[in-house]
Structure formats: C-alpha cells, structure tokens
Design a protein around this ligand. Structure first.
Ligand code: RRO
Length: 308
C-alpha cells in the first residue's frame, strides 16, 4: 500500500506534512520534522526581519482544538533561506518554504531573492495570517489578492502556491477561484485557522493578545476545512494541487481530506499536541483504512467523494 503523492513535479513518499507555524520555527524543530515520518515539511511563515511575535500566552490547546494569536514570531527571511539552501546542498529539494510579508513590497523583496537564489523547493505564500493587529487577511480582499498575484507573477517563475483563509460563502469561493485560475499557481493550501474566534474559561479569555481573539484550529474546523478542500477541488484548474489542512487528528481525517480532493495533508493542532510521532500513527492508520477498502494508492479514492 502506497501513500505517495505528487505536487508540481515533485514526488513525496508520504502525503503528510506539518502545517506552517507548527513546530517549524527553529533549527531544532525543523530537524525533528526532517527526521520524522512525514513526507516533507514546511518552515514557519517568515517576514523580511525577525519578529518576537505577540505576548504570551498566545497559544492554548483546547479539548476540541486550539486557539492562537502568535503574531508571526520567526527568525527572519534570511535564516529560512539559508536553511532551505543548506537542505538542497544535502540533496533534499522536496521541501516547502512559507513566506508572509507584512506588506506586498516585502513579499516581492523575499520572492525576488528566492527567484535569484538556487532554491528548488515549493513556496507557500501565506495570504491568510489572522493575528497581526491592523493587518487584514489578504485572502479576504479579492482586489488585493489579485494585485498581489499580478505583481508576483510579473517576475516569479518558480513553483508557488498560496495558503488561503477559510471561505464560507459560495460567491466568495467562486471569486477567489476565478482569480487563482488566472495565474500559474501550482497548489492551494486550505485552510488557515478560522480567524478571530473567542474561547472563554470561567470568566476570562485564554490568550493575551487581541483581547483574547485568535485563530481556531483542530476538530472545531474540520468540516469547514473539508468544505474548502472540496470546493476548490471542483472550482480550480485540474493542474492545481490541493493541500488540505484543518482538523486532522486521525487516519480517518486524512482519508476524508483526500476523498475531498487533497493531494497532501497538513497537520497543525494535533502536531502541537502529540509532536512528530503523530506522523507514524497517521500513516499506519491511513494504510489500515485503505487496506480495508482494497485501495493501494491515493489515486484510488482522491477526489472521489460520493454525493447523494
Ligand atoms: O503567527 C501567527 O499568528 C499565525 C499565522 Br502567520 C497564520 O498564518 N495562522 C495562524 O493561525 N497564526
């Protein structure tokens, strides 16, 4: 039984990876991902300059998921560019590099450096960070999203995908899909956390930034994540791969993402809770489900969700 998958022209022996932001900020965390049973991994979304992020507590595990307002803490673009180029030198071209510039100009600066470097992997451009005070999520502003993509693809020639926020309205799905279909985007990762949720314990919020408002992840978001994966699988050009993210706790959750059309599945909250050992559990559970259904590869069921 194989759970290998392909994104762009890259083959991965396993369809599982971390969600950007989770256990991927430092060298130590990135090494743990590299040595895990994930199929690949992605770096923490970075900005041009290093950032401390928001004050703590800024991430809390909840029974049914998690809430965070990290505020984009990261070691800065140069650190992650060095990291991915060093990986290439060790013979690994199959990894993801997440960028999340605070302005369009900063995204262009980072992508220009990537374009002019020896980078051979896949860039995931984060259009959906919900936790920077005063900065709206690009993915909810369709004109702005189009402006960003137009500018990026005026010079950028390497494989690139976008990380999208969750959408909830059919008109919005159609609008964003129409924009994405116009550009040579290789993959779409959906969903980022559901922004600006509020969790209360006793009489108080549980995270410090933004009066307690933060991005929601985990089991709470799975139906929304599956809806986004499914809708984009239907609406996007067939040569755009979908990377599913949201609510993956079990092999069954991975199976459902793939059934909706995902080619790769990211793990966020449950990776925070269980650390990298989650990948071996998810892989063996997924293979067990496939075995029980006589499936030998992901293509046997990818996108084949049954409708009534
Ligand atoms: O760092 C964060 O606060 C963060 C980011 Br950049 C993101 O894309 N999604 C999220 O839930 N948190």
């Amino acid at each position: 039984i194989s759970i290998e998958t392909t994104i762009f022209n890259k083959k991965f022996s396993n369809c599982l990876m971390n969600a950007s932001g989770v256990k991927c900020m430092t060298i130590e965390e990135l090494s743990n991902l590299k040595n895990s049973e994930s199929g690949t991994w992605i770096t923490k979304s970075c900005t041009l300059s290093p950032r401390e992020g928001n004050p703590s507590p800024r991430y809390v595990d909840l029974k049914l998921g998690s809430i965070n307002s990290m505020g984009l803490p990261n070691l800065g673009f140069e650190f992650y560019l060095d990291y991915v180029l060093t990986e290439h030198e060790m013979g690994n071209d199959n990894l993801f590099f997440s960028i999340a510039g605070l302005t369009l100009e900063n995204n262009i600066k980072m992508l220009t450096q990537i374009e002019n470097s020896d980078f051979q992997g896949l860039v995931e451009l984060n259009l959906s960070c919900p936790n920077i005070p005063g900065k709206p999520q690009t993915g909810y502003d369709f004109e702005r999203t189009e402006e960003v993509l137009k500018k990026v693809f005026s010079f950028y020639t390497k494989p690139l995908g976008v990380k999208l926020p969750p959408y909830f309205d059919m008109v919005h799905f159609e609008m964003i899909a129409e924009i994405i279909n116009k550009y040579p985007i290789q993959f779409v990762t959906c969903i980022n956390s559901i922004g600006n949720a509020l969790y209360i314990e006793d009489e108080s919020v549980v995270i410090k930034p933004k009066s307690g408002f933060g991005g929601l992840g985990g089991a709470y978001v799975k139906p929304t994540a599956l809806a986004n994966v499914r809708m984009f699988y239907k609406l996007l050009r067939k040569n755009i791969s979908i990377i599913g993210c949201g609510g993956v706790e079990t092999g069954r959750d991975v199976f459902e993402h793939i059934l909706c059309g995902a080619s790769m599945v990211q793990v966020g909250t449950q990776l925070m809770k269980d650390d990298v050992k989650i990948f071996s559990k998810l892989s063996s559970d997924l293979k067990e489900i496939m075995k029980s259904k006589n499936y030998t590869s992901l293509s046997d069921f990818k996108g084949k969700l049954k409708e009534l």
